[in-house]
Write a protein that binds this ligand. Structure first.
Ligand code: GAL
Ligand code: CA
Length: 337
């Protein structure tokens, strides 16, 4: 009898324990993150920082998932998170022109969404009140890239290797249709021309932010133009690094290399600046963006005031870009330690 009673008591204690555990789990804030592609180093640096910040908060459960470049996969991931009672969902859209499904599902469940890095058009972002965007101003990065290049060329007239008064260049572009690829390309070229430098475009290639695609495409362009290229503009560091790899593997003597510049200030990008292979980069402040995403998620989940975020138009947070050259690269390398 005593044995049976003891057994019953253990089961009851166990069940109460389970129940408490379930209640405890239910009281925790759940934040979901879905990013477009785990092979993108800038996005992975950004997402790991968001996770790290959120994991340091008490009573927060964080789950992040890779959409593997498929919008339908991402829609399914968001739908699952909504069914699992997530409080806030952070979305790095696969297709920035196709957020409608995610918005309508979130609205139906009344769960706020923070979109980041891949910017949806303002009409979509404004289609429901609980939608936010965290990113940066693409035009600013193009302008800074153009300024680093024009300052450098003015100080180093030898960049114009054939001394024809023009800078022969190629440009490596990110994904077609991505706001950063379109705007960085236009503004960077415009800024260099506005500084009085005459540009001569030899060619361009779309390399989708990707190092190995950029390497292959630069090799093709090198076989056509060889040492005539004087400048390689890249919409991001990964593609700039792919170009450097192509220059190295093609065996072109370093004195004959064109100048190369990227954008992002990823760890690998900063190292290339430090080694003198890139004349500079533009720091895309993933730390500020990640911290803003983490803080905003918590505030939204707790239904706190958003006043301290100074949201532009009630929805936008944009971190400023910064110029990085050999002069200040060490300050940025330190941030990564
Ligand atoms: C850009 C970044 C690229 C790439 C892209 C993905 O802001 O510069 O390197 O990560 O976002 O959307
Ligand atoms: Ca020239």
């Amino acid at each position: 009898m005593r044995k049976v009673l003891c057994g019953l008591l253990t089961v009851m204690l166990f069940l109460t324990g389970c129940k408490e555990k379930i209640i405890e789990e239910k009281q925790k804030i759940r934040i979901g993150i879905s990013y477009y592609d785990s092979y993108d180093p800038f996005i992975m640096e950004l997402s790991s920082r968001i996770e790290k910040q959120l994991n340091e908060c008490e009573n927060v459960i964080v789950k992040s998932v890779d959409s593997e470049k498929s919008q339908s996969t991402q829609n399914r991931q968001v739908s699952d998170m909504l069914s699992d009672s997530y409080d806030v969902i952070c979305v790095n859209l696969v297709d920035r022109t196709a957020p409608k499904k995610i918005i309508s599902m979130a609205e139906d469940s009344n769960v706020p969404v923070i979109f980041f890095n891949r910017e949806l058009v303002s009409q979509d972002l404004e289609s429901w009140t609980r939608l936010y965007y965290v990113g940066a101003d693409a035009g600013e990065s193009g302008k800074m890239q153009g300024e680093i290049v024009s300052d450098y060329i003015k100080e180093h007239p030898e960049v114009d290797k054939n001394q024809d008064g023009k800078i022969q260049y190629i440009i490596l572009e990110g994904e077609t249709g991505h706001q950063d690829a379109i705007v960085r390309t236009d503004v960077s070229i415009q800024t260099i021309s506005d500084a009085g430098i005459v540009l001569d475009k030899l060619s361009f290639a779309i390399a989708n932010w990707n190092r190995s695609q950029a390497c292959t495409k630069t090799k093709q362009l090198l076989s056509k133009f060889n040492t005539n290229i004087e400048l390689i503009l890249a919409n991001n560091d990964e593609m700039a690094i792919g170009a450097i790899q192509a220059l190295t593997e093609t065996g072109i003597a370093k004195e004959q290399w064109p100048i190369v510049i990227g954008i992002d200030g990823t760890e690998d990008g900063l190292e290339q600046v430090k080694e003198g292979n890139m004349i500079g980069t533009v720091y895309n402040d993933g730390i500020k963006q990640a911290d803003a995403i983490a803080d905003l998620s918590i505030a939204l989940a707790k239904n706190e005031s958003l006043d301290s975020f100074n949201l532009k138009n009630g929805r936008y947070i944009r971190s400023p870009y910064q110029k990085v050259t050999i002069e200040n690269v060490d300050d940025y390398l330190k941030l990564l330690q």
